[in-house]
Design a protein around this ligand. Structure first.
Ligand code: SAM
Length: 282
């Protein structure tokens, strides 16, 4: 890319924020990354980007957007709810040789699979207030429509995605995410790296679909909701009503799935939740 006329020749992100008077709106979870070294580090996790279309949720002033384009993304669709950012994003688009599309609106209502050609990746510094909901929508989508997701969350959510049985953060999110994808925490980002700094640190997680994702995330979601909704209770208590709703004999269901009725959900391996869900699906 030409450094004088291309994206690298744009004003700095801090200048862009000043020039467009882009104060952060807390209600929309706005915490900006203005350090291009950091946005580049995130974009690198999504490589290779050639031949890939990227959905970027909440581009804000466009730091990550710039990094994705500089790293050679064939197409970036930047979905931003707050219209104040559109002019700053359009300036990037003017220098992106047709590779940037800006969609103004709520990403929760945006159909990535329908609007972006495959192969698709989702890369974002997500708004804290709706980030987990978006993640659950994408992991429970059937079929899985993304090749990779590179997502920044508050640290605690990132830990919940990658947690293993027996660990503090192990729960519903770990079981759902790890049932469809390899999940890893790539790196942590201190709160001071953002403008304005949030109250907590953040981390970037990378999800890549398994060769054989668990096929029925809806049922798995119901099992994990029942089990972790009452996480201090033994499974023979917390899963009782789900067994009744599905005409299963509780003790038989648990035994056939290889689950100790006295176990609590936080110690149960992901394969056990899948076995329980599989017997309902069948
Ligand atoms: N990507 C930018 C960065 O790293 O500097 C901004 C990240 S900021 C944490 C989250 C962004 O998501 C904000 O720009 C906010 O306006 C946007 N946002 C919040 N809710 C949204 C939604 N439902 N759909 C699309 N964008 C949303």
């Amino acid at each position: 890319m030409d450094n004088r006329n291309g994206i690298a020749g744009l004003p700095t992100l801090a200048e862009t924020v000043r020039a467009h008077d882009l104060g952060a709106n807390k209600k929309l979870g706005q915490h900006f990354l203005l350090d291009m070294n950091l946005t580049d580090k995130i974009a690198r996790l999504a490589e290779p980007l050639d031949g890939v279309s990227v959905a970027e949720i909440g581009p804000g002033p466009g730091g990550l957007t710039r990094a994705l384009l500089l790293r050679g993304a064939s197409k970036v669709v930047a979905i931003e709810m707050d219209q104040r950012f559109i002019p700053a994003l359009a300036e990037i688009g003017d220098r992106a040789e047709g590779r940037l599309e800006i969609a103004q609106g709520d990403a929760l209502k945006y159909d990535i699979a329908a609007n972006l050609p495959a192969p698709r990746k989702i890369v974002a510094n997500l708004p804290y207030n709706v980030g987990t909901k978006m993640l659950i929508d994408w992991v429970t989508a059937s079929p899985i429509f993304w090749e990779q997701m590179v997502l920044m969350f508050q640290l605690e959510v990132a830990q919940r995605v990658v947690a293993q049985p027996g660990e503090n953060h192990y729960g519903r999110l770990a079981v759902l995410c790890q049932s469809v994808a390899h999940c890893r925490l790539a790196f942590e980002v201190p709160a001071r790296a953002f403008t304005p700094p949030p109250k907590v640190d953040s981390a970037v997680v990378v999800l890549e679909p398994l060769d054989a994702p668990f096929p029925d995330l809806k049922t798995l979601g119901r099992v994990t909701q029942a089990a972790f909704g009452q996480r201090r209770k033994m499974l023979r208590r917390s899963l009782r009503s789900l067994a009744e709703q599905n005409n299963l004999v509780l003790e038989d269901w648990l035994t056939l799935a290889g689950v100790d009725p006295k176990a609590r959900p936080e110690t149960l391996p992901i394969s056990a939740f899948q076995a329980l869900a599989g017997m309902i699906s069948a």
